[in-house]
Design a protein around this ligand. Sequence first.
Ligand code: ADP
Ligand code: MG
Length: 447
Amino acid sequence: MTEESWGLAREELLKALGKNNFQSWIEPLRLSGLDEGVATFDAPTKFMRDWVSRNYLDKIATELSRAGASVSRVEIAVSTEQRAAPVAAPEPARRRAQSEELPGAPLDQRFTFDTFVVGKPNELAHAAARRVAEGGPVSFNPLFLYGGVGLGKTHLMHAIAHELQIRRPELRVLYLSAEQFMYRFVQALRERQIMDFKGLFRSVDVLMVDDVQFIAGKDSTQEEFFHTFNALVDQGKQIVISADRAPGEIKDLEDRIKSRLQCGLVVDLHATDYELRLGILQNKVDAYRAQYAGLQIADGVLEFLAHRITSNVRVLEGALTRLFAFASLVGREITLDLVQECLVDILRTSDRKITIEEIQRKVAEHYNVRLSDMIGPKRVRTIARPRQVAMYIAKRKTTRSLPEIGRRFGGRDHTTIMHGIRKIEELLESDPQMVEDVDLLCRLLDG
Ligand code: ADP
Ligand code: MG
């Protein structure tokens, strides 16, 4: 009866999660028991247990119940077989690794090339991603994609993986975040399975590591990443990396890694422009139409949103999702009035264009220094520090480039600005007072 329910539930999970996620995370699970409403499964590795526990427990429980099992809770354990395995790998690491499932992160089914809207700001990144996704001979290695939050880096990487699965199903494509890379590495060290770890990462054909800035400052992880990277490049395997800034600007990243990352093609995803935002909105609306039949949108609404919400695509999408949900709940057409009503908070924050002068004024007031000291040459800490805070906030709260910020701070060089920003970033990690100050100032500026 339980096996039967699990069989049914699996079919539903396959539909809900997509083939790739299903194969990576659900298929390897073994039902080991059902007792007083608690269904227990065995997962082959700890990593898998943690990932499934974090992401799929509710779904599994729901589907089991629907399939007729009386399940109130699901628990995942690491299979005893695995736990009892000898510490020293008895068989060649390489073979073990290949028989294991690729431990990458799940791919988002929505992040494909079809749903990616191309415009001036992301044209080059898109073209480069397309090239990699053809799975032909490696023409640049690595492909390094960088840009601010929500500009489509993860979307493009997933799109590459999806496309490769279709075009070159025989290739082993591994996508994961740098954080997961570290997590797996540390776990392998702890469990003395470092040979397995190395074998596994060196056996892939395409390796994609998202948000690589995360490993900056994490020395042994960087070291391992570097070796993995080199081994794959030497074998002519494709690597795709993303980060929130250019390789040279990632602090606490070893120089040899920076220079290796710069060896391939480094592409910048620029901030969106009006046309791109409008295109993305139109695309989303088309997709939503299928979901919410009969939904009406007044003329000018999308243009208004594209004009007003400029921060990042994620916020833009969030706004649209909320509008649709709201409109379908109250059964109204989406008009400009409804937009104002429903998106007050989002529109308010993106309403205000904060200027650097304003930031300097607020910071000077807060630290009790003269406004003129913000741009003046004094280097004593009591003045230099507030000035650096202002630089940091200017970078965070405006769209000005470092040279532009430098000009407004009395003609300082952009490297001075970068140094100031880094200093504050450092302090934000170690000094609670700094966290509080910056927080307060940002809130004051947001109004
Ligand atoms: P990043 O990884 O750069 O922070 P994401 O790839 O997660 O950003 O993108 C954030 C959201 O915006 C995702 O839902 C993504 O689908 C969407 N998005 C970003 N750029 C585009 C684009 N050009 N076309 C369609 N959707 C986009
Ligand atoms: Mg991302």
